[in-house]
Every structure is written in structure tokens, then in C-alpha cells.
Design a protein around this ligand. Structure first.
Ligand code: UDP
Length: 492
């Protein structure tokens, strides 16, 4: 029985690096700010917990807990416990399998933790894709918060797309369409629709699943969003209006920059951070382009050849995180035929390019002054990590809410130029060279860097810890924790 009156918060991220990383960062931030007040337990599957454990410092203040996971029951291959270890066609099965964690999760919250702590947890913070946890919280009378690891704008559009399938009203590929619950002037193009949302009807299992999770999250006691209000004034207001749940903009919550050779969340790095830093040290300020498409995406084989040719044509230096192209086993061996003949040797011997296999120390790279732009799929974590360092983006959205992130970053914030969309578009190497030159050059590039530096300042102020005036995002986190402690969740 616990005697120290600490209260327990349980966190459950979706099984993807882009979710586990910010959940862990959130748990660490709460633990670090309130060491005597809360016990934080992050829950995941055995493999995820094992690899998190290998990278978590012993004094992090965060406990890890594993739940048994039977992926094979849902058609997942052995050892697949997350989106980065399955082929694209199996992605939805990860979502379905994650919902099967419910009985064990319920047992943990209702029995194991109360037995160990002497009282039940006071709050569940769960992923937006784990809306079913609202049922668990209601049953047990525990405060529930949905944590969206996407931005405010991206979350708001993404929710509306699943709830309303507005793109089905667009007759042809040329058509634009409006989105219910958004201003009339807001238009999207069919090519800005995630592949998962293409050709779905109301009874499609994916539609049923995502609608249910999103709807449940809209009945939560609170929604946490990994953004700052001042960074996304329009997006956070839309999210608040459309969900009807109190939204706490508590971010950006970013993991700490380290030079540890263990990759973030225990991923195996394709290069030691020191080697990367040394390579960057040898380049002038803002002269290097960093190219990476997150944890679970890759361009198509044809696009990879075109991108390589474009990077060479750009005349700029670059670090490129390479993994097998879309359609191949992303964990498999990288084949020489996926790059133009002699490419790797040419860029290596000239010092122009550094190719990193599979996983790079991204935060450490973006924190280096030699990096001048980031070519990214604009997943929200990558976006925040770039903006926090004042690095402008070249957008290549591929899935999920990345299309809307790019739209906002380009049209509202002026910190991004979209280069390509999705995995079928032909990418002209000359266009790659032109866009890279524009973003890293003078004129447009200069203005983008100014705007990105402004965004970095907004982020710095929003998350400021020191001094009399606490940053608004930290204040929002404190306000959230206060409401958890007052906790008047509905029971049912
Ligand atoms: N990441 C990394 N090294 C890599 C690729 C990705 O550290 O080589 C991290 C990146 O810093 C970010 C996360 O993985 O924290 C990717 O999240 P994001 O939301 O950008 O994209 P997702 O993987 O969810 O599509």
C-alpha cells in the first residue's frame, strides 16, 4: 500500500514511434515538474516497452508497464508490435490489434495498480486512436484525457475527414471540396486525401473504427494537444470548436536532445550521433539539407531514384535517411539498385552527402547550425522538431494528416514549400533542385528562415519554464493537472 499520497496517471500511446515518443516526453515532463505529486506509468506492448527501457534514464521518473499483445490473432507477423514493423497493407491491423489490449488494460487500471498503490489511478491519458479507453475510464470513475500527438489544425481536419468523408463529394481528381465544420473558404484537393481515406464508404471497417475512436475522444473529459496556441491560433480554435471538449494546448513537448548512441525510444541508429555531428561540423552554417520521412513512410522506388538525382542536381549538401522504398519490407536490406549507379560513392567521396540507413539522430541533426532546411513528410513531431530549431521545411506529405500540416505550414505560417504529394506522383529532379535552391537560398529562403525563427521564438516562449512568467503551454499543462485533481468525470 502506498503511503506517500502520490497520485497515479496511466498513459497509453498508439503503437507507433510518432505517438510513443511524444507520450514518453509528456510523461517525463509531468514527472520532472511534479516529482512528489504524481506517479507516471506508460503502458505499451512487450517489445515497445523493452526498447523504451533501453533508452530511458533511470532517473526519468516514468514507470514502464507491458501488456501482453497477440498480434498474430489479428493477422500481424511475429514480432510486429507497431506501425514501423509492418508493411503498409497491414497498417490497419495494428489499429485493430491495439484495441484488443482492452481487457488487460482494464485489469491494470482496475486491479493491478490499486493493489500496488492502495488506490486506483486518478487519470488515463490515452491516444486519440485508443478512444475505447473512455469506456474503461467511465466504468471506473477515472478522469480521461485524449492526447492528440498531431497539431491542432491537423487533428481538426483529420477528425472531420473521418467523421464526414467530404472528399466523396468531389467528382474527379481535379475537384476541390469543402470540409464540414470548417470555414467555407477552406478547400482541399483530392490529392490531399490520405491513402487510407481513399475509396472508403460508410461501412468500411476503417471508417467504423476511426469514427468510433474519434467520437469517443469527443466525449472525453479533456483533450491534450501537442501544440502551442500561439503557434496555431486557427487550428487550436477549430479543434476546440469541433470537438466540444476542453482542449489544453500543452506543447510542443519534445524529447531532450542527447548524444546517446541509443536511438530515441530504443530504435537502433544507422549512425552514431558523434559521427553525424562531426560530418555537420565540417559544413558551413545553414548549408545542409536534412531529408527524412519519419518513422513509417518511404517514397516509391521510382521517386527514390528521382529524388536522388534531384539532390545531386541541387548542388547542396545533404543528410538523407534512406530505407527500402514503399512496397518493400522497410526493415529489409537496402539494395544498391534503389539509388542511381555510383550515387552513394559519388556523394560520399565528394563530402556532399551522408546517407544514413533507416534511423538517424534527428533532434541532434536539426539542432546543428549547419542544417538549413528539412525535407520532410511533415509528420507533426518532425514539424515541431524543425520549427523549434527555426529550420524551414520542404514538404512531401504522404499519409494521415500530413497533407493538412503542409497546407497550414505553407499558407498560414510561410515556413514550408510543398515539393510533392503522395507516392504516385512523378518527381522531376530539376524541380527538386529548384525547390531546394529556393528554400535554402536568398529571397524566398530568407523570408522562410525569418518566419521559422519567429515560430521557434513562439515555441520558446510557450514552453518557458524559468522566470516569473511561465509559458502558456506549461500553464495549460498545470491547468490540466489541476482539473485532473479536482476530477469530476462522468461515470457510466
Ligand atoms: N525519427 C528519428 N529518426 C529518424 C526518423 C524519425 O528520430 O530517422 C523520429 C523523429 O525525430 C520524430 C519521430 O521519429 O520524433 C517521427 O514522428 P513524425 O510525427 O514526424 O512522423 P511519423 O513517423 O509519425 O510519420
Amino acid at each position: 500500500v502506498g503511503t506517500d499520497r502520490r497520485q497515479h496517471i496511466v498513459l497509453l500511446p498508439f503503437l507507433a514511434q510518432g505517438h510513443i515518443i511524444p507520450f514518453l516526453a509528456l510523461a517525463r515532463r509531468i514527472a520532472q515538474r511534479h516529482p512528489g505529486r504524481f506517479t507516471l506509468t506508460l503502458v505499451s506492448t512487450p517489445l515497445n516497452v523493452r526498447s523504451l527501457r533501453s533508452s530511458l534514464p533511470p532517473d526519468s521518473g516514468v514507470l514502464l508497464r507491458e501488456l501482453p499483445f497477440r498480434g498474430a490473432d489479428h493477422g500481424l507477423p511475429p514480432g510486429a508490435e507497431g506501425t514501423d514493423s509492418v508493411s503498409h497493407g497491414l497498417l490497419f491491423k495494428v489499429f485493430q490489434a491495439s484495441a484488443s489490449l482492452r481487457p488487460e488494460f482494464e485489469g491494470l487500471v482496475a486491479e493491478d495498480i490499486p493493489r500496488e498503490d492502495g488506490c486506483p489511478p486518478i487519470c488515463i491519458i490515452a491516444d486519440v486512436f485508443m478512444g475505447w479507453t473512455v469506456h474503461v475510464a467511465r466504468q471506473l470513475g477515472v478522469f480521461h484525457a485524449a492526447f492528440s500527438t498531431c497539431g491542432g489544425f491537423g487533428s481538426a481536419v483529420y477528425f472531420a475527414m473521418w467523421l464526414h468523408l467530404p472528399h466523396r463529394h468531389a467528382a474527379s481528381e481535379e475537384d476541390e471540396f469543402g470540409v464540414p465544420s470548417f470555414p467555407e473558404t477552406f478547400r482541399l484537393h483530392l490529392s490531399q486525401t490520405s491513402p487510407a481515406l481513399k475509396n472508403v464508404h460508410d461501412q468500411d471497417p476503417r471508417v467504423i473504427f476511426f469514427r468510433e475512436q474519434i467520437t469517443l475522444c469527443c466525449s472525453s473529459d479533456a483533450m491534450l494537444c501537442n501544440t502551442a496556441k500561439a503557434l496555431e491560433p486557427t487550428g487550436t480554435a477549430l479543434l476546440q470548436k469541433n470537438t466540444g471538449v476542453p482542449v489544453f494546448s500543452i506543447g510542443p513537448i519534445l524529447p531532450p536532445v542527447t548524444r546517446s548512441s541509443a536511438g530515441r525510444a530504443g530504435k537502433v541508429l544507422g549512425i552514431a550521433p558523434e559521427a553525424c555531428i562531426e560530418w555537420l561540423d565540417a559544413h558551413p552554417p545553414r548549408s545542409v539539407l536534412y531529408v527524412s520521412f519519419g518513422s513509417q513512410n518511404s517514397v516509391s522506388a521510382q521517386q527514390m531514384l528521382q529524388l536522388a538525382a534531384g539532390l545531386e542536381a541541387s548542388g547542396r549538401s545533404f543528410i538523407w535517411v534512406i530505407r527500402p522504398p514503399f512496397g518493400f519490407d522497410l526493415k529489409g536490406q537496402f539494395r544498391a539498385e534503389w539509388l542511381p549507379e555510383g550515387f552513394e560513392e559519388r556523394v560520399r567521396s565528394s563530402g556532399r552527402g551522408l546517407l544514413v540507413r533507416d534511423w538517424a539522430p534527428q533532434l541532434e541533426i536539426l539542432a546543428h547550425g549547419s542544417v538549413g532546411a528539412f525535407m520532410s513528410h511533415c509528420g507533426w513531431n518532425s514539424t515541431l522538431e524543425s520549427l523549434a530549431r527555426g529550420v524551414p521545411l520542404i514538404g512531401w506529405p504522404m499519409a494521415a494528416e500530413q497533407f493538412y500540416n503542409v497546407k497550414m505550414l505553407e499558407e498560414e505560417m510561410g515556413v514550408c514549400v510543398e515539393l510533392a504529394r503522395g507516392l504516385v506522383q512523378e518527381v522531376d529532379p530539376a524541380e527538386v533542385g529548384r525547390v531546394v535552391g529556393m528554400v535554402m537560398g536568398e529571397e524566398k529562403g530568407k523570408e522562410m528562415r525569418r518566419r521559422a525563427a519567429e515560430a521557434a521564438e513562439v515555441i520558446r516562449v510557450a514552453t518557458r519554464e524559468e522566470g516569473a512568467e511561465k509559458g502558456p503551454s506549461l500553464a495549460a499543462l498545470e491547468a490540466f493537472l489541476e482539473s485532473v485533481q479536482k476530477g469530476t468525470p462522468a461515470t457510466g
